[in-house]
Design a binder for this molecule. Structure first.
Ligand SMILES: Nc1nc2c(c(=O)[nH]1)N[C@H]1C(S)=C(S)[C@@H](COP(=O)(O)OP(=O)(O)OC[C@H]3O[C@@H](n4cnc5c(N)ncnc54)[C@H](O)[C@@H]3O)O[C@H]1N2
Ligand code: MOO
Length: 406
């Protein structure tokens, strides 16, 4: 008989508690790779990156004008009618070198040439005016990008100016995904029996891994067999920074994942106190973090959005992304269960200048309807009720500009 008595075990963290718990438990051995600047955009610096040169190497002009010698103005405005270009003055252009003997620049707007003779309208206020001295734009050994900083497009330009050609960036984390379940067939199969289910979470994960800058390896579907699951986990633990094990996490007759991890590793979180995605777990196997995610695609999606994202953010030493929160009028009644928070998937729309939210029950609509409708979450703590007409905070998963009229 496949009956398994359900026993509640361990802490059942809320969504935020799970996110911070995961961050605390990560102990990554981060690698680096050396890439050229074309490959460095949006990567995270592995170490401080210092300038290879000072800038400017010679003084340059801040503006278009003429370069002069400040000493010539010691007794007030000199008679410049006989001044010759290349002797008493030169033309200076923005960002271009001003030879050392010309120590000051006067704006071209403050200069006239009358019958070919130079006339200066405005005395230079001080020596060195409008000149960027040596090393004033990039100092000697100046840090251009700090360790753990994301390399943005402007920083790429700065690195190039500073003579940096290659940079050490944090190597992408390696995620190994273990789909489990006798009933599954790969989504790449074209012909399969009607009693099989399509393994689709791996390709969803592939999309998230791309967004999160992680490398993904998908293992062949593992049958519901403890020995086979153990073998797959052992192999994964040799090559992955993070292992994701999918399904087999609930109370079904073939849900072996946690039983096995309990014996062969250590299960720190068996399930969450938050739905959907309640059947997310966290274990350690051969010193590697194992995030267990629910089989049904909606629970799997939420686990990838929240918990995998936290793990990868921790790997890259990055803070959590800012979530845009807006207040919306709820157009439904809802009470969260007593034993778990509920992360409602809602459809936000605008009406009469206000935001409204409709609840989309993931178990009551097709997945396509859910994915095309839901554009925000409303996180309702256990036992808490939302009453139609009240305002409540929504966390957007799209740009605010994408929220349309009903
Ligand atoms: N008696 C109870 N039953 C269930 C509970 C519960 O609390 N009591 N929780 C439900 C919830 S919520 C979830 S979520 C699921 C968790 O299920 P598992 O993670 O154990 O997943 P399986 O039972 O193995 O499979 C469920 C479903 O998902 C499909 N699946 C699995 N892997 C994939 C994949 N890689 N790609 C696409 N689809 C996948 C699988 O074929 C099944 O259809 O338990 C509920 N039940
Ligand atoms: O864990 Mo299930 O994902 O609550 O839907």
């Amino acid at each position: 008989m496949g009956y398994r008595e359900y026993i509640e075990k361990g802490p059942m963290p809320t969504r935020d508690d799970m996110k911070s718990f995961l961050r605390q438990k990560m102990n990554f051995n981060r690698r680096y790779e050396e890439v050229d600047l074309y490959q460095a955009a949006e990567r995270v610096a592995f170490e401080d990156i210092k300038a290879q040169t000072v800038l400017p190497k010679q003084p340059v002009s801040k503006m278009d004008g003429i370069g002069v010698k400040f000493a010539d103005f010691a007794n007030g405005m000199p008679d410049t009618s006989s001044w010759i270009e290349g002797k008493e003055f030169i033309f200076a252009n923005t960002g271009c070198v001003v030879p050392f003997e010309y120590d000051t620049v006067i704006l071209i707007e403050d200069v006239r040439f009358e019958d070919g003779k130079l006339k200066i309208l405005q005395m230079p206020a001080k020596k060195g005016q409008l000149i960027d001295p040596v090393g004033s734009l990039i100092g000697e050994d100046e840090v251009l990008v700090y360790k753990n900083e994301k390399i943005t497009p402007p920083l790429l330009g700065l690195l190039a100016s500073g003579g940096v050609k290659k940079v050490k960036v944090v190597a992408r984390p390696k995620i190994v995904f273990l789909p489990t379940g006798d009933e599954l067939v790969s989504w790449q199969n074209t012909d399969y029996p009607a009693d099989k289910n399509v393994e689709s979470n791996s390709i969803m994960l592939y999309g998230f891994a791309q967004q999160y800058q992680a490398d993904l390896k998908v293992y062949p579907i593992v049958p519901d067999d403890k020995q086979k699951i153990k073998e797959a986990l052992t192999k994964a633990s040799c090559e992955a920074d993070v292992i994701l094990i999918n399904a087999g996490s609930s109370k079904g007759t073939k849900d072996f994942t946690l039983d096995l991890l309990e014996v062969e590793g250590e299960v720190l979180v068996y399930e969450l106190g938050c739905r959907p995605g309640k059947h997310s777990s966290f274990s350690v196997f051969n010193n590697k973090p194992v995030l267990g995610i629910a089989g049904p695609p909606n629970g799997a999606e939420l686990a990838m959005r929240f918990y995998l994202k936290s793990i990868v953010d921790e790997y890259y030493n990055q803070a959590e992304d800012t979530v845009i929160k807006i207040s919306a009028i709820v157009d439904f009644d809802f009470t969260a269960p007593k034993n778990a928070d509920f992360c409602l998937q809602v459809h936000l729309f605008k009406q009469d200048g206000k935001y409204h939210a409709q609840y989309i029950n993931p178990k009551g609509v097709t997945r396509s309807t859910l994915l095309h409708k839901y554009n925000a979450f409303m996180y309702v703590t256990k036992g808490h009720s939302l009453i139609k007409g009240q305002e409540f905070t929504a966390e957007l998963i799209v740009d605010e500009k994408e929220i349309s009229l009903k």
